[in-house]
Ligand binder design. Structure first.
Ligand SMILES: C[S@@+](CC[C@H](N)C(=O)[O-])C[C@H]1O[C@@H](n2cnc3c(N)ncnc32)[C@H](O)[C@@H]1O
Length: 241
């Protein structure tokens, strides 16, 4: 597999390449996640679901839902009385998500769509979330605006994403630049996908600038918290009343 070429305009892979990349790795994605995060990713998604601040019977949208782990965490909060929609453009990732939801007895609608043109009405949800996905979207501000648009006034927009830590940059650089692509090649049989990962993290805004971009997208009361020594950031803000 050759190295993926980043679009010089957006700094991301072209959308069709991102979709094809996730279609390719869908069957191995969950295993790679668990191994690369030493099993911590589940806990981060639980905290992200809590930050969405949805109640039993509420409605939540999980953008770039992938194999559906955050969608499932949201469903445990709104329960079968509520509504969770997971949206992704990779049909293969969605297939895995649908299977997992069926196994868990969870009622979630998984739908194919683009994070930059959400097929939902204004204010349709109590919260929207995105976990480890927005870094791949070619227009960060456009995605944040869309996520805010579909949430009711007073509802939350939540972003969980890998970030460059302020400290431990040398260790982190070695782990990310060397170990992750090797693990991707060995476990995921796709070194190209996992050498794209460090590149996409390096050009993604640090926590403070990301909070400013969320505020520019119209969100208020934007806060963030860091996990795992600052390599993962959870941001959340409210749609103004
Ligand atoms: C790293 S995975 C994250 C999946 C999941 N949210 C999780 O927590 O594991 C990123 C996902 O974003 C999706 N994606 C990237 N850009 C997208 C876009 N513009 N519209 C919809 N899905 C997109 C990919 O297909 C992929 O499933």
């Amino acid at each position: 597999m050759s190295e993926p070429a980043l679009d010089p305009r957006t700094g991301t892979l072209p959308a069709a390449d991102v979709e094809a990349m996730f279609d390719r790795i869908a069957g191995r994605y969950d295993l790679l996640n668990r191994v690369m995060t030493a099993g911590l990713d589940g806990r981060w998604r639980e905290v992200a679901a809590a930050a969405a601040d949805v109640c039993v019977g509420g409605a939540a949208l999980d953008v770039c839902c992938g194999t559906g782990d955050l969608s499932l965490a949201l469903e445990r909060r709104v329960t079968g009385r509520g509504r969770v929609v997971g949206l992704d453009f990779s049909e293969r990732m969605l297939q895995v998500a649908r299977r997992k939801a069926a196994d868990a007895g969870a009622t979630i609608t998984f739908t194919q769509g683009d994070a930059l043109a959400l097929p939902f009405a204004d204010h349709e949800f109590d919260a929207s979330t995105v976990a480890f996905g927005i870094r791949n979207v070619s227009d960060l501000d456009g995605c944040l605006r869309e996520m805010a648009r579909v949430v009711r006034p007073g509802g939350r927009v939540v972003v969980l994403e890998i970030t460059m830590p302020e400290r431990l940059r040398t260790f982190y650089g070695a782990w990310f630049d060397r170990l992750i692509p090797v693990m991707g090649k060995v476990l995921g049989k796709d070194g190209a996908a996992y050498s794209y990962l460090p590149a996409s993290v390096k050009r993604f805004p640090a926590p403070r600038p990301l909070a400013a971009r969320m505020a520019s997208a119209g969100l208020t009361d934007v806060r963030w918290q860091l996990f795992a020594g600052g390599i993962v950031a959870l941001h959340y803000g409210r749609v103004p009343e």
